[in-house]
Design a protein around this ligand. Structure first.
Ligand SMILES: [Zn+2]
Length: 446
């Protein structure tokens, strides 16, 4: 859907504020939240005191880099004690907390996330920017095919849908086939899901229900939770399967819904610069990166979150600034290619910097291959070996011998590395319900 004029923006003033004004506003808000954290949380006070930093040291934009960064482990260490369970990270009296969520805990003990009612309003407001930019309007019926449990993203998406006027259908409890039938019955026009699930729903639709997902009425899909919607070949697979526009979004429990792709589909995502300070820093040195096309790590501050502030949080996500502004007219910058991966996944293999997302781009770009793949880095003697497991599409006429040389060639072009390619029968690689774990680095355990 292409919307023109002022109706394009959820907040026409903030989303088109000249960059200079935007930086002024950001600095003011940054200073305010740093003071709030220092004055109200033992966690921030400890970290800043240890680093010899005081909020009054913040005088100009370049002082921002002096503020110590916060790691996920810092939350973990501060929590699990009184006031239970948020401990030293809590900035408000416990009775002010109205929402409980937590991280999934895939990388260790979950981080608990308290929010006040004001924070919760902030969540739905920041998500409203995302939905609006992706064309969600009051005419949409949005199906959310998950049980939300204690995970924040879809709760926030749900409330923001209501805020922009959409009708929301929560699709938890049901299994995949029942969800698809519900989408068909209600003629749902929009969907929110992880790329993994968007693809596996389309596969179930074809193989189990004998229908094509593109024959349902879904016109737009908001993706979250994994980088797939910013990988052009994965996006194309989803758009082809559903006959719908697919847009990416990135958020995190500790941070908020901080970034989104707009309907211009510029090949990147806008950080919401009215709500967040998004900095790009050199992965090794931590020096700020302002120039385009240079990969760096993303450090994020949420300006207005009071219960458990998120100040210069090390997201470990990697991206780069785009050189051109987006044609949608937003003055928020663009992160080119969305999130390219995580610092802990971008590793050196045979001395070459390697990002698993580039392999996904190649695999999903070959129509003879199915959606699933698995990537394992291991060690044989002193040599790193990368094994790529793939499946042939059931309907292809191509054989393994036809596909293998082209796959190897494209992988070498894209990543400068050689792979041990294994073909597995269709349907035998693991299928994932929500987020996939397709990359395994076994060298650390050898
Ligand atoms: Zn845009």
């Amino acid at each position: 859907m292409e919307v023109k004029g002022i109706d394009r923006y959820w907040n026409p003033i903030l989303e088109t504020l000249p960059q200079e004004k935007l930086r002024e506003l950001q600095f003011k808000k940054f200073k305010r939240i740093v003071e709030w954290g220092y004055n109200n949380s033992k966690l921030y006070r400890r970290i800043y005191d240890e680093a010899g930093f005081k909020p009054e040291d913040l005088k100009t934009w370049s002082d921002i880099a002096k503020v110590p960064t916060l790691q996920k482990e810092d939350y973990r260490d501060a929590q699990y004690k009184e006031p239970w369970p948020y401990g030293d990270s809590l900035c408000v009296p416990l009775e002010k907390v109205t929402e409980y969520h937590q991280t999934s805990g895939t990388t260790g003990q979950p981080v608990y996330q308290p929010d006040t009612w004001q924070d919760w309003e902030w969540w739905s407001e920041s998500w409203a920017y995302i939905l609006w930019a992706q064309g969600f309007r009051d005419t949409d019926r949005v199906f959310i095919p998950f049980g939300y449990n204690v995970f924040v993203a879809y709760w926030a998406g749900h409330y923001a849908c209501e805020k922009v006027g959409c009708e929301v259908v929560p699709g938890g409890i049901l299994n995949t086939e029942e969800r698809l039938l519900k989408i068909k019955e209600l003629k749902a026009s929009a969907l929110m899901a992880t790329p993994t699930y968007v693809l596996s729903m389309a596969e179930s639709c074809r193989n189990k229900l004998n229908m094509e997902a593109q024959d349902l009425n879904v016109q737009k899909i908001l993706c979250a939770g994994e980088p797939g919607a910013s990988v052009p070949t994965t996006k194309k697979r989803m758009e082809d399967a559903w006959g719908a526009k697919v847009h990416d979004h990135v958020g995190a429990t500790e941070i908020g819904g901080w970034s989104y792709e707009c309907t211009a589909q510029p090949g990147g995502m806008h950080p919401n610069e009215a709500f967040f300070l998004v900095e790009l820093v050199d992965i090794e040195s931590g020096e700020p990166i302002e120039e385009p096309n240079k990969p760096g790590k993303i450090i994020i501050t949420a300006f207005d979150r009071e219960a458990q502030p998120c100040i210069r949080f090390d997201s470990k996500d990697v991206s780069m600034w785009a050189e051109e502004p987006c044609e949608c007219g937003r003055t928020f910058r663009l992160l080119k290619g969305g999130i390219h991966g995580r610092v802990d996944h971008i590793t050196k293999v045979k001395g070459v910097l390697f990002s698993p997302v580039s392999v996904e781009e190649v695999v999903r770009g070959m129509p003879e291959l199915g959606d699933e793949y698995e990537l394992i880095v291991s060690k044989k003697g002193d040599t790193d070996v990368i094994t790529l497991k793939v499946e042939l599409e059931p309907e292809t006429n191509a054989t393994e011998e036809d596909v293998q040389p082209e796959l190897a060639r494209q992988l070498r072009l894209k990543t400068n590395l050689a792979y041990k390619i294994e073909f597995h029968p269709f349907g035998s690689l693991p299928r994932y319900e929500i987020k996939a774990q397709r990359f395994k680095d076994q060298r650390k355990h050898d």
